[in-house]
Write a protein that binds this ligand. Structure first.
Ligand SMILES: [Zn+2]
Ligand SMILES: [Zn+2]
Ligand SMILES: [Zn+2]
Length: 276
């Protein structure tokens, strides 16, 4: 399974457009890995997670044939994760293609937003409920409840029968019932892609996680036997607000990589790819 994390920022991105904080100043000056766009991930060439406002920049930066997409999992309805209007580009009016329909999968809030979309498109919608498992092409996908400020925000377990990914954002720390479900289901993850919006801030609230939350989450997944040996644990979806050290200096991508590595994690940057 090939996984590419195309965007690694929260809504504002890094640098944020109207911000003079040290993290944003650093990113503006140094560019490269310090530039972070909104979160979006591609699995192989046929399954995408989220479809936000940075769709097109990800398309430009990558080298992927989007007519091969068959499934779009949407975590929640916030605009940095789900913008419906560009789905209309699948229609013959905007693209010459022989593609099959893309199935958009999401829970209630995502379904409600999708229902407002008008116009021809090669897209259909499949609602999913928490703890439901769906067969979607060559994948099985299970929805878990996230803790985030939208209606029915969702985490996804994505498996191709051999490898399994836990797509773990946007959310704050998960309740016990999520760990219980993972344990009872005997899920074992090869890769976890987790919310680290509050990075170095050392606290969590409002539906996101910090580095410390991720240490606790990783330890708990390990404790219930949910991480395969050699599993990769990735932190992403950073806010510029959280990319500063205690002294106010910017945390560079290289420093974040070191901080993550010391905790057995990988700090994502835009375009980072994994083969599991
Ligand atoms: Zn987000
Ligand atoms: Zn900033
Ligand atoms: Zn969100």
């Amino acid at each position: 399974m090939k996984i590419q994390i195309m965007g690694t920022a929260a809504y504002e991105r890094v640098p944020a457009m109207f911000c003079t904080c040290a993290a944003c100043e650093y990113a503006r000056k140094h560019k490269g890995k310090a530039i972070r766009t909104q979160a979006q991930t591609l699995i192989n060439d046929d399954l995408m997670v989220d479809f936000g406002q940075d769709n097109y920049i990800h398309y430009l930066n990558g080298d992927h044939d989007y007519t091969k997409l068959r499934t779009l999992l949407v975590t929640h309805a916030h605009s940095d994760h789900f913008m419906t209007n560009e789905l209309l580009m699948t229609s013959g009016a905007y693209g010459h293609n022989e593609m099959e329909s893309i199935t958009v999968v999401g829970a209630k809030g995502v379904q409600d937003k999708y229902a407002l979309l008008e116009g021809d498109r090669k897209v259909d919608f499949a609602p999913i409920s928490f703890y439901e498992t769906k067969n979607l092409g060559r994948y099985t996908v299970t929805a878990l409840p996230a803790c985030h400020g939208t209606e029915e925000p969702t985490l996804y377990i994505i498996s191709d029968g051999e490898k399994t990914v836990l797509y773990n954002h946007d959310t704050s720390a998960s309740p016990d019932e999520v760990y219980d479900f993972i344990k009872k289901g005997g899920y074992k993850f090869d890769l976890v892609i987790a919310d680290c919006t509050y990075g170095l801030l050392g606290y969590s609230s409002h539906g996101h996680m910090s580095l410390e939350d991720n240490e606790a989450h990783k330890a708990r997944l390990e404790k219930i036997g949910a991480l395969k040996e050699g599993a990769i644990y990735v932190i992403t979806h950073y806010s510029h607000n959280a990319l500063m050290h205690k002294d106010g200096s910017p945390a560079t991508p290289e420093q974040l990589e070191e901080i993550a590595a010391a905790r057995g994690m990988i700090s994502a940057y835009d375009g980072i790819a994994f083969e599991i």
